[in-house]
Design a protein around this ligand. Structure first.
Ligand SMILES: [Zn+2]
Ligand SMILES: [Zn+2]
Length: 784
């Protein structure tokens, strides 16, 4: 790969803002003037500007509240803020789902502060302590007399806790604290519950998958405890842009929700470019070509933009990558003798508020022009007036993509956003299928509150809080009755004429590990210091902290010295290896029951319960900067079995194309690519799901491809695949067909976690199988 060179005619400083009608387009043109780069842009879209919609302060807002906001320079509301605030004030549960920096917090702060001043209390929930601390700062900055806001989390000193319980009328906490402390000890909060009027659930798009299902149950417990004290608080949910937010809100709280989705904050035109790095001369598994790393490409573009005086954020996956990108971009400038290297930095200071404020300041003043960062910056940082955003790798969801792209071009300015594809089937698909991104709604948040594995421990916790009665069953959903019977049979709950009781002396809430997926936890401990970094459940320890794994914890990189399953501990040492690791497993699957099915072409599509036996057998090392394979290391770990949900399709032998050749390789390739693409439809990570494919499965008697949820009981992902099967499998087919490689590569059918070393695989065969299943491609496109 040729080294980076400055663009042919750099102009500095930046183009004048006033005179350029659309600034993003010219910026992009300059990036592709570098010879050889033009072909890397697969699509350009201009997302039009949006005019502001202003509204007056609602008449019910007390003067001192209004003055507090006006003191901070907020002169009025956008119309979406006022609509949501009004609904809540009238006692309506509401979910607001609008873009980055659209001022969602103002929409709940106005009614919340108003409630607190009129004698009520407010509970504010956010996924992290850091965000709660940020929010506390904003609330305190209002300087409103009579508002007593306080955080209540793991960092709150014990001597302050009693004060918070008795006196605070605006309590900021997180679901973990609610689950482990506030709900189990509800009687210490009597006066708070009695006056509870409003519950704010901020960043609620983060409550998805198994974690989301846990939070859904915690919120149901919260509703029950409030009711015990005679309160029925209104819920205000704030979400990033998401499809069908009222349904998500309903699944999360069990309550009907009004939705506010029309964003009235002003925006400039955003030019969005899809960018595919070229294949290199490096060869990987099976001789497959390796695509240039998205981070290497991002470093080049970052250097270019900084030379042009363009304020740019580059989003990458880990803090280590952030450092690499910043370092590489600085190196480019130094080598070329451009004296701007000190204008580029990595954002790695973690979640400390002071660091974030410094960064905001440096970007505003122009002391910094280019910052490489993880998505930690999606949250809690107010950087306005950025000109460009580089996104190295599909960020997981359309919602995240727009959230990150939305960091550029605030205050109505034009901006550029570039999505750079990684060497992965999903990334390949999206850069070749702009229709998957533009002009369609972002995805709905997926969670499954009825998962019995999640529900069971929360029913125990709920019974310990206030004994459960028949009347409570409705709150916990249709599976509650069956799960309660099991809990009684297992001796965890006791049935009496008045209801279900928790009779143990242990803390019932201890049964639910809300951020894990069940099983006894493995502690992650720093070898030299004995410091406990965190825990993970045993099942995921096999893939994430096996011996030799490169483990990223809050953005810091560690290498696992040893995973000792008997002791339940993974010993780790901080390190800066230039490779990442991928656990590889082999899997068997048995069908327990097909719950739903229908014909699909000549085959069948099923959704149902399965038993998966999975064994991590080795791990692969891959050089971070180039994507090169550095070899496989064997591992000796026991198999794990898992009852979960799966989606699967079958084809009868007579429908298989004659001369297709390697059937096993065809099914295997289709399986890999379909795992890669499901996240586009189910808002999961490819590591949340797994697959099995076989020429002939004993339970179906046919060629079968399974994709299963990697969490006990299922997390809703496979179900989403079943519901969107035609779109999902069509995208899978198109992703394979879009890739320019000959016989398969990591951008299409190879999988980094394949326990069979990506053997056998047949790219052509996978396309043929999917064509049989989906019918003639010409017919399909006519239907679309
Ligand atoms: Zn390929
Ligand atoms: Zn495989």
């Amino acid at each position: 790969m040729p080294g980076w060179k400055p663009m042919t005619s750099p102009t500095s400083p930046a183009l004048p803002r006033e005179r350029t009608p659309n600034r993003g387009g010219p910026l992009l043109d300059r990036l592709v003037t570098v010879p050889g780069r033009h072909g890397r842009v697969t699509h350009v879209e201009h997302v039009p500007a949006r005019q502001a919609g202003q509204a007056q302060w609602p008449s019910w807002v007390p003067p001192q509240v209004r003055e507090g906001f006006e003191g901070l320079g907020i002169q009025g509301l956008w119309s979406h803020q006022s609509e949501a605030a009004d609904l809540v004030h009238r006692g309506q549960n509401v979910i607001i789902a609008t873009g980055t920096a659209s001022g969602k917090s103002l929409a709940y702060l106005v009614p919340a502060v108003t409630e607190a001043l009129s004698g009520g209390t407010v509970l504010y929930l956010t996924p992290t302590k850091a965000l709660a601390a940020d929010q506390l700062r904003s609330v305190s900055a209002l300087g409103v007399q009579g508002l007593r806001a306080a955080t209540f989390d793991g960092d709150t000193p014990h001597e302050e806790r009693a004060w918070v319980r008795r006196n605070a009328n605006y309590v900021l906490t997180n679901p973990d604290m609610l689950h482990r402390s506030i709900l189990p000890r509800h009687s210490a909060w009597t006066s708070f519950w009695r006056r509870l009027r409003l519950v704010i659930v901020d960043e609620c798009h983060g409550y998805r998958g198994v974690f989301g299902s846990h939070v859904a149950q915690i919120l149901r417990r919260l509703r029950r405890v409030s009711a015990k004290y005679g309160a029925s608080p209104v819920f205000f949910l704030a979400s990033a842009t998401a499809s069908d937010p009222a349904t998500t809100g309903m699944r999360l709280t069990g309550l009907q929700m009004a939705e506010v989705t029309r964003d009235a904050s002003p925006r400039g035109t955003t030019t969005v470019a899809l960018w595919e790095p070229p294949l290199t001369d490096l060869r990987g598994e099976g001789g497959a070509p390796i695509r240039r790393a998205a981070t290497a490409e991002a470093a080049d573009l970052l250097a270019d933009l900084v030379v042009d005086g363009v304020r740019t954020l580059a989003f990458v996956r880990s803090r280590r990558s952030a450092e690499t990108v910043a370092l590489t971009a600085r190196g480019h400038l130094e080598d070329a003798g451009v004296p701007l290297a000190d204008k580029i930095a990595a954002y790695r200071a973690g979640y400390l508020a002071e660091d974030r404020r410094l960064l905001e300041k440096a970007l505003r003043s122009g002391d910094l022009l280019g910052v490489a960062t993880t998505n930690a910056l999606e949250l809690g940082v107010d950087v306005s007036g950025l000109d460009a955003v580089l996104i190295a790798g599909w960020p997981g969801t359309r919602a995240s993509l727009w959230q990150q792209a939305g960091r550029a071009g605030r205050d109505g300015q034009d901006a550029l956003a570039v999505l750079i594809a990684r060497d992965d089937p999903l990334d390949t698909y999206v850069v070749h299928h702009p229709e998957a991104l533009f002009g369609r709604p972002v995805e709905a948040t997926v969670l499954d509150p009825d998962n019995p594995y999640v529900l069971a421990p929360h029913l125990c916790a709920a019974a310990a809080e206030v004994p459960l009665t028949e009347a409570d069953l409705e709150i916990f959903g249709p599976s509650a009755a069956g799960v309660l019977d099991d809990l009684v049979a297992d001796g965890l709950l006791r049935r009496r004429p008045t209801g279900w009781f928790w009779t143990s002396r242990d803390l019932a809430a201890g049964l639910a590990d809300i951020r894990g997926s069940g099983g006894s936890p493995v502690q992650i401990v720093e070898t030299d210091t004995g410091r406990l970094l965190g825990t993970c459940d045993e099942a995921s320890s096999h893939t994430s902290v096996h011996t030799g794994a490169v483990h990223i914890h809050q953005g810091e990189t560690f290498v696992v010295d040893e995973l000792d399953l008997e002791m339940g501990v993974a010993l780790v040492t901080p390190g800066t290896p230039d490779y990442s690791t991928f656990a590889r497993d082999v899997t068997d699957i048995a069908v327990i029951e097909s719950l739903r099915s229908h014909a699909l072409g000549p085959g069948e599509l099923h959704f149902g319960s399965v038993e998966v036996t999975r064994q991590v057998v080795s791990y692969m090392k891959r050089r971070t900067s180039t994507g090169e394979m550095l070899g496989d290391e064997p591992l000796d770990l026991p198999p794990r079995s898992l009852r979960t949900k799966a989606v699967w399709w079958t084809l009868p032998p007579e429908s298989l194309p004659p001369g297709i050749g390697d059937l096993g390789g065809a099914a295997h390739a289709a399986e890999h690519a379909s795992i890669g693409l499901l996240p586009l439809f189910a808002t999961c990570d490819r590591w949340d799901i797994g697959g099995v494919s076989t020429e002939l499965h004993p339970d179906t008697g046919r060629l079968t491809v399974f994709v299963y949820d990697g969490h006990a009981g299922g997390a809703g992902f496979a179900e989403r695949g079943f519901g969107n099967a035609v779109a999902w499998l069509t995208a899978t087919r198109d992703a394979i067909a879009s890739c320019e490689c000959g016989h398969g590569c990591p951008s299409c059918i190879q999988s980094p976690k394949c326990g069979n070393g990506n053997e056998p695989l047949s790219k052509r065969g996978a396309l043929e199988l999917l064509d049989v299943l989906l019918g003639d491609p010409a017919q399909r496109s006519a239907l679309r």
